[in-house]
Ligand binder design. Sequence first.
Ligand code: BGC
Length: 526
Amino acid sequence: MAGGMMVSGGGPPRKYEGRTTGYVILTCILAASGGLMFGYDVGVSGGVTSMDGFLKKFFREVYDRKHSANLNEGNYCKYDNQKLQAFTSSLYIAGLVATFFASYTSRRFGRRPTMQIASACFVIGTVLCAAAQNMAMLIFGRVLLGCGVGFANQAVPLYLSEMAPTHLRGGLNILFQLAVTVGIFFANLVNYGTEKIDPWGWRLALGLAGIPAALLAIGGVLLLETPNSLIERGQMEKGKRVLQKVRGTPNVQAEYEDMVAASEVAKSVKHPFRNIVKRRNRPQLVIAMLLQLFQQMTGINAIMFYAPVLFQTLGFKSSASLYSAVMIGCVNVLSTIVAVAIVDKVGRRKLLLQAGVQMFIAMLAIGIILGVQLKDTGGLPNGSAIVVVVLICVFVSGFAWSWGPLGWLIPSETFPLETRSAGQSITVSTNLLFTFIIAQAFLSMLCHMKYAIFLFFTAWIVIMTLFVIFFLPETKGIPIEEMQGVWGGHWFWKRYVPYDPALEQEMQAKNAADVNPQQEKIAQAI
Ligand code: BGC
């Protein structure tokens, strides 16, 4: 595993020394626990809201409706309840608000304290949810979990990219998404197992979130602050010592100097949020925000949150619903692994376009089958129900090798250093905003729009695929200091970033100390 790596800044490539130390491996585990926690929260709520014990205790109305639905209530409206949706969505709105505080704490106090705040929120939130006696406790617990998500999603990816040796950075970005999908899958399995423990299985399902929460808490105690953050906050010597420890060698001068230079640049930007709205940053900002909108409008979380509920709507029994959700979770993990393997070979645009066609066909077919066969009462015929589950798997696999990881990867590789941290919090909070909207609205939309909700998502898939065709330049293998050239040469974005050699040079100088995964690949190839 030992070996130096070449790093290209604006000038000739520089060689950093270092090997993959035990520390870096611990860092990967930490990444996994932050992502696992997020994924677990995404996956667990749908299962819990389909459990009778849970509904009887908190949502009596929904419980009664669920059990009489086939007699006199519409299939599509069994779960249409604002409070039930608030149980799921409260987490995301809290996460949205927390992201902005997290941006401040991670800059002012460091990544490590920010992760410690996240794990404290996770632990207390998990205890409150698992022990909930009333609605207030339950929702308050979810809000705390949401704060955990906001703090963790800001700090963990930053922590990772700063701790990892440069050649692992790009891979770790997608590893975070992989951990999210594993968390969802784990939650699907737990839902399946705990549903049979009536009436308190839901407590166990919510309580098992304690495992990733505890892992993150242990990480928060054991792990060191990142050298970048120490240097940024003036603790130069300590920063250097940590860098030596993490890289497993005393010869870190080149990397250290680059970090100092990068932190000077970062410090010179007094108002990152004001800077990011400047005209020349418009393409990255608009693309990062639209990617989040589109990612959620694929309808993925309608499925991730509400798959068990959706399957019951189709007429499945409780455990068949949870079992199908497990299958979908498994497809999600496996397809994300495909993304890890091929994203740097195939490129972003091709993946998004291929998956766009796949998701379009699957969603359209689901809409048509439900439209033709699912009436207000009675379930789907057996054969069609199986076809719908298969189609959902086809849809999820397309999402998992495209919009899932790329929705996060593309913003992270297009924001220049000076706006990267602000860019990360805008990306996370935009994502959480639309996730919140889907969580709060989907069951009501299903009730009012019936099968047409799937046609609604199909239309969005068309729009986002057109967006990719016309507005999203390929960013595979482009060093960050050449991004200005990409915008300047694009038929649409050039009106915001006219090609200007002087600006190009200035950007190159500013980014000289910055390192991006593509840069290293190019540098390694030289
Ligand atoms: C999305 C989440 C989604 C997950 C599914 C992520 O990229 O941001 O909202 O639940 O993928 O795997």
